[in-house]
Design a protein around this ligand. Structure first.
Ligand code: SAH
Length: 219
């Protein structure tokens, strides 16, 4: 019961901290408490039961900490690293993480492609929400995963179509589509988790430099 109260308190603290800091730094498009609960918290929790016990997790393009912070709150047994290309968002995530006393959660101001040089093939799980088209996202995420690891992409109703468009990227990068899990938010909006298993090593030439993953997607 005490643990549950602490959990709810922390969600409350995070919601308030996000909304006040957002006024100063413009961190997220959502400015209403209800939206933060449904579209950030509830949505972020969707992948919580999919993380293996003790997993090391990287959240690529974590922005203001989604799904990173709710997952780190829900899964104290796992360790989390969030990376984002925007410094003010990383600063917010660090501040939020220490406010919530999340000892299992760190954040770095880095592009995913840069993280690949120090942490290649080293995570059990890589998550990403609202970062890029799936084909592009695969080039950011798959190099970071250990063989046998799982990429979890948070997507909208177009998930299956995006997956069709990522076939070439998957075969070049050593990934294979495992499942698409549909769910809906309390607002009724449809969401889906796209699960991609890393089944083979990613060739060292990926991710390509110079923003090529985005400019010349593997399609
Ligand atoms: N995941 C958060 C933020 C989504 S906005 C959420 O769902 O609320 C997309 C974020 O991805 C931005 O903060 C942007 O800085 C970051 N981003 C885009 N490409 C990136 C890359 N290659 N490496 C790291 N961060 C990236």
């Amino acid at each position: 019961r005490e643990a549950l109260a602490r959990f709810e308190d922390k969600l409350d603290v995070l919601r308030r901290f996000l909304l006040t800091e957002n006024e100063k730094y413009n961190l997220t498009a959502l400015t209403e408490a209800e939206d933060v609960s449904a579209k950030h918290f509830f949505d972020s929790f969707a992948a919580a039961p999919l993380l293996p016990c003790g997993a090391s997790v990287c959240d690529v393009g974590c922005g203001a900490g989604f799904p990173l912070l709710p997952l780190a709150l829900a899964r104290g047994d796992c360790t989390f690293l969030g990376v984002d290309a925007t410094e003010k968002k990383v600063n917010f995530v660090r501040a939020a993480s220490s406010l919530l006393a999340l000892e299992n959660c760190r954040a770095e101001h880095l592009r995913a492609e840069e993280l690949c040089s120090s942490r290649r093939e080293s995570f059990d799980i890589v998550t990403a929400r609202a970062v890029a088209d799936l084909a592009v996202l695969c080039e950011y995420c798959l190099p970071l995963l250990k063989e046998g690891g799982l990429m979890i992409a948070y997507k909208g109703p177009g998930a299956k179509l995006e997956l069709d468009g990522a076939k070439k990227a998957l075969s070049l990068l050593g990934g294979s589509a495992e499942n698409v899990i549909g769910y809906s938010l309390p607002t009724g909006e449809e969401r889906a988790l796209v699960l991609i298993r890393k089944t083979g090593q990613t060739p060292l030439k990926y991710p390509r430099g110079g923003n090529k993953p985005r400019l010349k997607p593997l399609k």
